[in-house]
Design a protein around this ligand. Structure first.
Ligand SMILES: *[C@@H]1O[C@H](CO)[C@@H](O)[C@H](O)[C@H]1NC(C)=O
Ligand SMILES: *[C@@H]1O[C@H](CO)[C@@H](O)[C@H](O)[C@H]1NC(C)=O
Ligand SMILES: CC(=O)N[C@H]1CO[C@H](CO)[C@@H](O)[C@@H]1O
Length: 396
């Protein structure tokens, strides 16, 4: 009801100018532009500061049932890609494969007790569905021991298992992203030495330089550091990777503040990451986005059925304005109608934007508890029954 009143008020207050394209802003406090959306989309109240043109016809007070989950939701986003006109498919689409980074701060830890590598059967499952991307997190301290530091030699046993996983994935024709899942923290201290970090990446990329299906994901979710520091470390890594002779593979850089898409501007990342330079011109900006109220990915309740597209809108506009490519390395949400619509809306907005080249669900992995709300580990992870067929497979 509140939504309808807000829309009515907006329509009266502002004389319509040219229509707003889908996903554009169409209202909000201080907004003076058009409140009329292009044909096929509707102006939907998001919050007091923001209304947005979303695909479809407004059903802001309707009760909608999506798929087999019943529930009351204010759905406007399409439950499948059939409602997502003129989309461009992702080049990379898949899941995170969690396990090797488990057992945080247990170094080196014991295989099978503190950490594990992804199951080949799980990789087969997703390749069989048509996915072609896996993000493989690992813990740096297991690869390069604190005793010798990040420029030291690799643990041959951990590297061998990591390489076996990567080679298994790429042997199936899919892409594998190497993901040091360290938040820009190593051995309990922030990574700050750009030269050392560059050397770490020259060494690691050197191990994989002849595998064209490997992707280098510089660092998972830096946080607690200025955007400019995160940028300098990422730029050093790009330089180090190319210096190793790995000149063709995609590199993914991540900003501070957990590389959140919805905080890309407020974190300061937007002010610095536009300057990223890759001599081989194959770099993309990796961002993460969860759809719960604090954006942490810890609650199965989504803010609304349209929150996915809304939280990505500013980041998408930044990518477009800076002529950069984006990669949504983590998205995850609950197994319910509102979240399924929100995820679908997010992926639709990305595929319509022309600037997002990939996405991956958080997460598969053999050790997620049965009730972990975004587990997509086959056969029974909670995201398998509904999220997978209704919100992910339509965007292949
Ligand atoms: C999709 O693209 C075609 C061709 O450019 C265009 O005619 C059509 O209007 C577009 N549809 C929507 C819904 O944007
Ligand atoms: C590597 O994997 C094998 C099993 O395939 C296991 O026995 C070994 O402990 C693992 N080592 C490390 C360091 O992961
Ligand atoms: C929802 C979720 O599990 N998010 C996780 C994403 O990855 C980071 C790093 O492992 C975790 O801290 C989050 O909990």
């Amino acid at each position: 009801m509140k939504n309808l009143l807000a829309l009515t008020a907006l329509a009266i207050a502002v004389a319509p100018a040219a229509a707003v394209p889908v996903w554009g802003q169409c209202g909000g406090q201080g907004y003076t532009g058009s409140t009329v959306c292009d044909a096929g989309s509707t102006c939907v109240f998001s919050n007091q500061y923001y209304s947005q043109c979303l695909p479809g016809t407004a059903t802001t007070t309707a009760t909608t049932t999506v798929g087999t989950t019943t529930g009351t939701t204010t759905s406007t986003a399409p439950p499948s890609s059939t409602g997502c006109a003129n989309r461009t498919k992702f080049k990379y689409f898949g899941v995170n494969q969690s396990g090797a980074e488990f057992g945080s701060a247990t170094w080196p830890g014991t295989w099978g007790k503190d950490f594990i590598f992804p199951a080949p059967s799980s990789i087969d499952y997703f390749v069989g569905k048509g996915f072609n991307f896996f993000r493989v997190p690992f813990q740096m301290e297991r690869l390069v021991a604190p005793a010798t530091g990040i420029t030291g030699p690799f643990s041959s046993a951990y590297l061998a298992n990591l390489t076996a996983t990567i080679n298994y994935i790429t042997g199936k024709g899919a892409f594998a992203a190497l993901d040091p899942h360290n938040f820009m923290i190593y051995n309990n201290a922030p990574i700050s030495n750009t030269a050392d970090f560059q050397t770490f990446w020259t060494n690691l990329a050197g191990q994989f330089k002849s595998n064209s299906k490997v992707i280098f994901d510089v660092m998972n979710e830096p946080n607690g550091i200025p955007a400019s520091t995160a940028f300098a470390l990422n730029q050093a890594a790009v330089n180090g990777i190319r210096a190793s002779g790995a000149t063709s593979q995609l590199i993914l850089v991540e900003g501070t503040s957990w590389t959140g898409a919805w905080t890309w501007v407020s974190s300061g990342n937007s002010a610095v990451f536009g300057a990223i330079k890759d001599p081989n011109n194959n770099v993309a900006i990796q961002m993460h986005q969860y759809l719960d109220s604090d954006g942490s990915g810890t609650s199965a309740t989504c803010v609304s059925s349209t929150i996915g597209a809304e939280r990505l809108a500013a980041a998408t506009a930044w990518l477009q304005a800076n002529n950069l490519k984006g990669f949504l390395g983590e998205i995850g949400a609950g197994n319910n109608a509102a979240c399924i619509s929100a995820v679908s809306g997010a992926l639709c907005s990305m595929q319509q934007s022309g600037v997002w080249i990939g996405a991956s669900w958080w997460a598969a992995g053999p050790w997620w508890p049965a009730d972990y709300f975004t587990s997509i580990e086959p056969p029974n992870g909670l995201s398998i029954a509904q999220v997978l067929p209704q919100a992910l497979l339509p965007y292949l």
